[in-house]
Design a binder for this molecule. Structure first.
Ligand code: HEM
Length: 405
């Protein structure tokens, strides 16, 4: 007979009164047998095996689908839009969307953009190279992903500014006062929708080598995405692909700035970039956790989680699990890969759709930065984003480096 989760005697690890680092230290110091803890929303799993088992179990649904309800959003039009978004869909709707779009987000599709990624990053470094100082967040991280998403979609350079504004407004979806921002978000979704419909019409008559053309062509057993679904896919690419990439780049460079020998090594051996990206995402991922809720009563490891139970899934903790990673507390871009991947992109059916694109963006950016910003140092203090927001990273990061490269 499984034990009801609420009847277990569990350590309580809550978000209040502690910083993420303090909580993290407390979780890592727990008895290795302690696979489940209680938190303010329900429960949390911390070990690699439990984290991946829960993410791969389709009975646990993404908490993203519950965010509007939890935030008190009742607007029926907004809720209807969310239902066809890959970010919040579940079950058959999600499986169908995922199947239809998977090919368009393959590593090969991302590789097409690598020369363009280098061009964008080179241009951003050009702006600060002679000064030998910059705010890494505003000068490099912020502007990096938008041109790439525009190029991915096939939107021209003249529209980068427009996309930048749309992305800023749509990303308000992550803000604490999302209810007050709903009008703005929906207005922006409408503007972006109208723009996307224009691009779709163009691509239908004149296919090109871009994501939109691939998504329009995507077909399985006669099934295709309709225009509303295509529009929501573009929306999902902006929501999922902008702030994540920016913050992961910021986290990776903050980390490497503290390991100058590895920064220099990366400059000398750009072929280390794929390992450097995986190791930086393992050691300091910008997405440190996600959440699920039980869509039905779930029995797991002899514990019964009744339908509706929330569970936080500790990606950052799993990435430091000594059962999977040898020397998990050591950051080393030359260490051989562990048998299992880092989990900052998640796992299971909601595994990051843009992982190949994000990997390519980071793999192109890091060695170029290391080569053109030798002797990188943090100039003062890094201001970190507030905790609690799903994506973590530096809000301000003043840096110095050897000028003129
Ligand atoms: C380093 C950068 C990135 C990180 C750390 C990241 C992380 C994640 C994580 C952890 C998830 C799964 C969330 C969960 O299971 O609850 C996810 C899903 C997703 N990501 Fe990313 N992501 C990144 C970049 C991107 C990019 C560039 C795109 C755009 C193409 C993107 C689009 C998506 C989408 C659409 C989903 C939802 C997939 C689904 O539910 O089926 N992400 N991402």
């Amino acid at each position: 007979m499984p034990t009801l989760a609420s009847e277990l005697d569990l350590p309580e690890i809550s978000a209040t009164a502690e910083t993420f680092d303090q909580r993290f230290a407390r979780k890592m110091a727990l008895d290795p047998e302690q696979w489940l803890v209680r938190n303010v929303f329900g429960y949390a799993v911390l070990h690699y095996d439990d984290v991946t088992a829960i993410l791969r179990d389709k009975r646990w649904h993404s908490a993203v689908s519950r965010i509007p309800e939890l935030m008190g959003i009742t607007n029926p039009e907004f809720l209807a839009r969310q239902q066809i978004s890959i970010l919040s869909a579940e079950g058959d709707v999600h499986t169908r969307l995922r199947r239809l779009v998977a090919q368009a987000f393959s590593p090969r599709a991302a590789d097409r953009l690598r020369p363009f990624m280098r061009e964008v990053m080179d241009g951003l470094i050009d702006n600060v190279a002679d000064a030998g100082r910059a705010d890494f967040t505003t000068d490099i991280c912020e502007p990096y992903p938008i041109p790439i998403i525009c190029e991915l979609l096939g939107a021209p350079k003249k529209d980068w500014q427009l996309f930048s504004r749309w992305a800023g407004d749509i990303l308000e979806i992550f803000s604490a006062d999302v209810v007050d921002k709903l009008d703005l978000i929906m207005r922006t979704q409408d503007e972006l929708g109208e723009y996307t419909r224009g691009l779709i019409a163009e691509r239908r008559s004149k296919p090109a080598e871009d994501l939109l053309t691939d998504l329009i062509a995507a077909e399985e057993a006669g099934d295709k995405l309709n225009n509303d679904e295509l529009v929501m896919m573009v929306n999902a690419v902006i929501v999922g692909g902008t702030d994540t990439t920016r913050n992961q780049l910021g986290c990776a460079v903050a980390l490497l700035a503290n390991h100058p020998d590895q920064w220099a090594l990366l400059a000398e051996h750009p072929d280390l970039a794929p390992r450097a990206v995986e190791e930086a995402m393992r050691y300091f991922g910008a997405v440190r956790g996600t959440a699920r809720f039980a869509s039905t009563d779930i029995e797991y490891r002899d514990v019964l989680f009744p339908a509706g139970t929330f569970i936080a899934v500790g990606l950052a903790e799993a990435n430091r699990d000594s059962a999977v990673f040898s020397d998990p507390e050591v950051f080393d871009i030359t260490s051989p890969p562990a048998g299992q991947p880092q989990v900052t992109f998640g796992s299971g059916i909601h595994y990051c759709l843009g992982a190949a694109l994000a990997r390519a963006e980071l793999q192109e950016a890091l060695p170029l930065l290391a080569q053109r910003m030798p002797k990188l140092a943090i100039d003062g203090d890094i201001t970190w984003k507030p905790e609690g927001v799903g994506i973590f990273g530096p809000a301000r990061m003043p840096i110095t480096f050897a000028a003129g490269h």
